[in-house]
Design a protein around this ligand. Structure first.
Ligand code: IMP
Length: 187
């Protein structure tokens, strides 16, 4: 059976990816020790480097995922610093930064990095475009969900099932799966 190591400390993400890939005959193994994160303005090089680093270290195929929210009026901030900003500022302070700002455009992005030992890493981005709300709304989800509005509802109001159909993470996973499927056709 084909095996892929997924580097994540997050149980929910691991279970989701494990279930999807096991339906395709791939065993997913969780690796909780993270990877060195490059300081970059984009998620792609961070995910690519992380996947390649761990793949060469473990001598196994490895996937990682890295996400962030990019706010247009803040020139893409917090982007790759989303975790740090969530932990140290939080949604209310992000809203404060946008006080009086009419351009509320923002997007969530996930990049999956995948690498096999000795090979070049591949990246699979997924994006969902929306707006930053004027206040937190909804009790569902996590992180920036209560301030990210998509078609009139925040991700916090949407519920997990609906969100997971259209989320940035889902879109990145779908692209990765498409590529995996094309590979098994070739082999
Ligand atoms: P990570 O790369 O998945 O750890 O995400 C980086 C940061 O973005 C963390 O602060 C997450 O809480 C936040 N984030 C990632 N995905 C989402 C999401 O779907 N909704 C809300 N916040 C998210």
């Amino acid at each position: 059976m084909r095996k892929i190591v997924f580097v994540t400390g997050n149980k929910g993400k691991f279970a989701e990816v494990r279930d999807i890939l096991s339906a395709r005959g791939i065993e997913v193994i969780q690796e909780k020790n993270g990877y060195p994160e490059l300081q970059e303005e984009e998620l792609e090089p961070i995910a690519a480097y992380g996947a390649q680093y761990v793949s060469n270290k473990l001598n196994m195929p490895v996937m990682v995922d890295d996400s962030g929210i990019f706010i247009k009026a803040l020139n893409g901030f917090p982007g790759p610093y989303s975790r740090y900003v969530e932990d140290n500022l939080g949604n209310l302070k992000v809203l404060k930064l946008l006080e009086g700002e009419k351009d509320r455009a923002a997007y969530f992005k996930t990049v999956i990095g995948y690498c096999e030992p000795g090979k070049e890493p591949l990246v699979f981005p997924g994006v969902v475009e929306g707006k930053i709300a004027y206040e937190e709304r909804g009790t569902g989800g996590f992180g920036y969900d209560p301030i990210f509005e998509y078609h009139g509802k925040t991700f916090g109001e949407l519920g997990d099932a609906e969100k997971n159909k259209i989320s940035h993470r889902r879109r990145a996973i779908d692209k990765f799966l498409e590529w995996l499927d094309s590979q098994s056709l070739e082999n």
